[in-house]
Design a protein around this ligand. Structure first.
Ligand SMILES: N[C@@H](CCC(=O)N[C@@H](CS)C(=O)NCC(=O)O)C(=O)O
Length: 218
């Protein structure tokens, strides 16, 4: 019998995919998670005309764009992301983005991720993401400096978290963006989580049914 569950096509390391997965998990809606190999250009292109994830496949229709997927699920159910967003959270996310990405990228490239399960997928990922002026080796050499920045920012975040279940007290779009970033950080060893952040990331992981990446952290 063929499955009638919605299908989310994702990469495991992709923060945009985490946002799409979160909205299903938070609503308690079952879906099938399918992971493209990173060098499979044809699969996503056949669905939405370009190589991109996440893609929601539902009743023969394909929706790309994480926030369009989120809006679609919210429209079809009693909305959950009803809380206000806060500029402090958006500012915090933009400040952590560069150091977090420098730490994340070389570790993701070496991690046992399903989208990198073949040699050609992994090599393709490295070729696409590694910049000649910033080779992964130099990003790794910079890790201690970046860890200091990230750990200081996490101290600041602790003071901004209003409840472990929602950064602003009630679930909002801020929680999607924040948890997606924190989940990526969980791939990095040496990140220190103040109590408030630790409680928040575990609570969201559980509520959204998206495991952190600690088991494969480096
Ligand atoms: N605006 C899109 C961005 C999605 C995006 O950039 N996805 C990345 C993966 S994290 C992607 O598919 N990049 C193509 C690639 O890695 O080849 C969204 O929010 O869904």
């Amino acid at each position: 019998m063929s499955s009638t569950l919605p299908i989310l096509h994702v990469y495991e390391h992709c923060p945009f995919c985490v946002k799409a997965r979160m909205i299903f998990g938070l609503h308690g809606i079952k879906f099938e998670k399918r992971i493209f190999l990173h060098d499979d250009d044809a699969g996503p292109s056949a669905m939405v005309g370009k190589k991109v994830v996440p893609i929601l496949e539902e009743n023969g229709h394909f929706i790309p764009e994480s926030l369009d997927i989120v809006a679609h699920v919210e429209r079809q159910n009693t909305p959950l992301l009803t809380g206000p967003t806060r500029k402090e959270i958006e500012d915090w996310l933009s400040r952590i983005s560069a150091p977090a990405y420098r730490l994340f990228l070389p570790r993701a490239a070496a991690a046992p991720l399903p989208e990198l399960a073949t040699t050609s997928a992994r090599l393709g990922f490295i070729r696409k993401k590694e910049r000649p002026d910033h080779p992964f080796s130099s990003l790794l050499e910079q890790s201690n400096d970046d860890l200091k920045i990230v750990n200081t920012l996490l101290e600041e975040l602790a003071a901004l978290i209003q409840k472990p279940t929602a950064v602003n007290g009630t679930l909002s779009y801020n929680d999607l963006h924040l948890f997606a970033q924190l989940r990526n950080l969980s791939l990095i060893k040496g990140v220190f989580y103040p109590l408030e952040v630790e409680a928040y990331r575990h609570s969201l992981s559980e509520k959204a049914k998206i495991p952190l990446l600690e088991a494969i952290s480096a």
